[in-house]
Design a protein. Structure first.
Length: 253
């Protein structure tokens, strides 16, 4: 049942914004160490410069987190794409101050969960303060830097939930359809017991809600890229960059 019901939580939907979602593999390649980056502007988002060091930091943070993406996919182009998306969202957040306030407890709780996931996925000691500091130091981070990153990402999550969550509606028919045509066949295929609809309806409703939010986010980001001035200034970061290359063309229109 876990496989069929796991779905894409809002955190998972926003992996591209740097939120840890769960273990990927114990055999992950080690995260790249903080390298000496000759800083330069590699992109411009509505007049806000994105530096090579920003992309490097994003790649290292992604590699730090189990469950983010396979190491082979953690490329400068994809990292830049994530930084551009977050920058666009942050610019929108700045227009509505106070909408997405994050408490220190929320940050502490999220980091505590992150530490547990890393400890479990990599078989390292991240649950003690000493072990956590040592692990971060090996990957070129400090606890304060991780706190700042987590605070930003939680604020993005709240902002998006406020902006889109209130307009999403999931009907009983939607829940029943998912139960009958998605969950039940999957459980039977896995030879797992099929629970009563009433037992899993809340979780199904949340999965469907988050899927709708994810789809709306995708369209919103496309719109922001089309409306904004997004320019990739370093060609090396646009090669095979997919969305990043698209953003460059859209911004140049």
């Amino acid at each position: 049942m876990r496989t069929a019901l796991q779905g894409r939580t809002l955190l998972a939907c926003l992996l591209c914004y740097g939120i840890v979602a769960g273990p990927y593999s114990r055999a992950q390649a080690p995260a790249p160490q903080r390298a000496a980056v000759l800083d330069r502007v590699v992109a411009d988002v509505d007049g806000q410069a994105i530096l090579a060091s920003d992309v490097d930091d994003e790649m290292r943070f992604a590699a730090l987190q189990p469950g983010f993406e396979p190491p082979a996919d953690n490329t400068p182009q994809r990292a830049l794409d994530r930084v551009i998306d977050r920058t666009l969202i942050d610019q929108q957040r700045a227009l509505q101050p106070g909408v997405a306030v994050v408490s220190e407890k929320e940050v502490d709780d999220a980091i505590a969960e992150m530490r547990k996931q890393i400890s479990s996925a990599r078989n390292v000691d991240c649950e003690t303060d000493a072990g956590w500091r040592a692990f971060l130091a090996q990957h070129g981070f400090t606890p304060a830097e991780i706190e700042d990153r987590m605070r930003e990402r939680l604020a993005i999550l709240k902002f998006i939930d406020v902006r889109f969550g209130v307009v999403v509606q999931v009907s009983k028919a939607d829940v029943g359809n998912y139960y009958e045509h998605v969950l039940t066949p999957q459980l039977k295929k896995d030879k797992a017991p099929v629970p009563e609809l009433s037992a899993v309806a809340p979780r199904i409703r949340e999965i469907l809600r988050q899927q709708q939010v994810s789809s709306m986010i995708d369209e919103w980001l496309k719109s922001l890229r089309a409306e904004g001035q997004v320019q990739i200034l370093d060609p090396a970061y646009a090669e095979g960059g997919g969305d990043a290359e698209r953003g460059n063309k859209e911004g140049g229109q």
